[in-house]
Design a protein around this ligand. Structure first.
Ligand SMILES: Cc1cc2nc3c(=O)[nH]c(=O)nc-3n(C[C@H](O)[C@H](O)[C@H](O)COP(=O)(O)OP(=O)(O)OC[C@H]3O[C@@H](n4cnc5c(N)ncnc54)[C@H](O)[C@@H]3O)c2cc1C
Length: 348
């Protein structure tokens, strides 16, 4: 058996540890936080899997990774179910994009941009919908919007269930998980940790924004989300509201819960959500449907998306260490494809 040591137990680190452990590796996993601490981007994310909606701003490489990830997610979630006994909420009902009458030009512009940027094979999945169809797709929004865009092949998953399922699977696969154990450096077959040096055959750095000293140009992009519970309201898919000031999305979760986000601020402040963000996200949400006025705010969370200047993920090997970082706002969208690439190159 060969031994892998992974720094960071966020999204990338957990997925890598699981794939390696289930193929027979002995795995040591180190994280500066506890497994349920909500300090990683992985815990804060809305976990929408939206290759189409994101293509408006993301480049072709991200779109190609996302296409592969959309194939891998259902397979991996089935395997995770076998390994952990836990099912993860995962849907592929598309994204519904709507706009208030004054902002309708933004909706038309989005459609044009997507038709320019998407390969022709995906054009059919970008469906303009009128009032009636919109009400069929999302009965809770019936009569509230005249037009929308249904991006039919987008999806979503519940990241809290995924991270918990991975945690259970890693325990069952006897991964040696060191919580509250920061990694100072990795090089030449040794991980330097707060508890001392650990030698391994395969070293992987998956520390997200925590790897800033090792990657020049890596920055944090602050994002804030609210979780609300609104009895009586349910959506079948993530809904995005076009707005000149905020790009609001509402990602539904079981139990009439909704993740509402997200701010995108050029700031590395990981402190609590600001009042301004609560007001802006909250009022945009209320404008989508007045029933949200009575929603209970269950949680407020902020996190840092690890990003490079070009907003593309990067995979490299240096001093015997495999490093995967810069997943920005596309971690859930792309992670399985990137993890697959890393393992294909590192484990021959
Ligand atoms: C508000 C918000 C919304 C988002 N929504 C989406 C979305 O809808 N869809 C999507 O695809 N993506 C989304 N993302 C992006 C996604 O969450 C990230 O791209 C992804 O989590 C990055 O994964 P990672 O493993 O590289 O980093 P992280 O998930 O941040 O994990 C890094 C881990 O490394 C640990 N660590 C750091 N330093 C050290 C150290 N020195 N030693 C040991 N451990 C260390 C941290 O504690 C953490 O557990 C969102 C992000 C945010 C913030």
């Amino acid at each position: 058996m060969t031994h892998a040591a992974i720094a960071g137990a966020g999204l990338v680190g957990r997925l890598l540890a699981w794939r390696l452990a289930r193929s027979g590796w002995q795995v040591s996993l180190f994280d500066r936080a506890g497994r349920r601490d909500r300090t990683s981007a992985a815990h804060v994310a809305a976990a929408m899997l939206s290759p189409l909606a994101e293509r408006a701003s993301a480049d072709a490489e991200v779109f190609a990774l996302a296409q592969r990830a959309m194939v891998l997610w259902p397979e991996w979630l089935d395997e995770l179910h076998q390994d952990s006994g836990q099912a993860v909420y995962h849907r592929r009902e598309g994204t519904l994009v709507v706009a208030h009458p004054a902002d309708r030009p933004m909706l038309n512009q989005l459609e044009q941009v997507l038709r320019q940027k998407l390969p022709a094979a995906h054009h059919a999945a970008v469906k303009p919908v009128g009032r009636e169809r919109l009400g069929e797709l999302e009965p809770a929004l019936a009569g509230r919007f005249e037009n929308g865009l249904h991006l039919e092949t987008d999806g979503q998953l519940a990241n809290d269930q995924l991270l918990e399922g991975l945690s259970v699977a890693l325990d069952r696969l006897r991964v040696d998980w060191h919580e509250h154990c920061a990694v100072q450096s990795l090089a030449d077959g040794v991980v330097q940790t707060a508890d001392g040096p650990v030698p391994a055959d395969l070293l992987i750095d998956a520390r997200g924004i925590g790897a800033q000293q090792a990657w020049s140009g890596l920055r944090g992009v602050r994002g804030e989300v609210l979780t609300v519970e609104c009895a009586g309201l349910s959506f079948n898919r993530p809904v995005r509201l076009m707005h000149p000031r905020y790009q609001l999305y509402i990602a539904p979760r079981p139990g009439h819960r909704f993740i509402v986000g997200a701010t995108e601020l050029e700031s590395e402040d990981a402190g609590p959500v600001t009042l301004r963000s609560v007001l802006e996200l909250g009022s945009a949400l209320y404008s989508l449907h007045p029933a949200f006025g009575e929603a209970r705010v269950i949680d407020l969370a902020a996190g840092l998306r690890p990003a490079f200047d070009d907003h593309r993920p990067a995979l490299r090997q240096q001093c015997g260490v495999w490093e995967l970082n810069g997943l920005y706002r596309h971690g859930y969208l792309c992670a399985p494809a990137l993890v697959e690439q890393l393992l294909r190159q590192a484990v021959r």
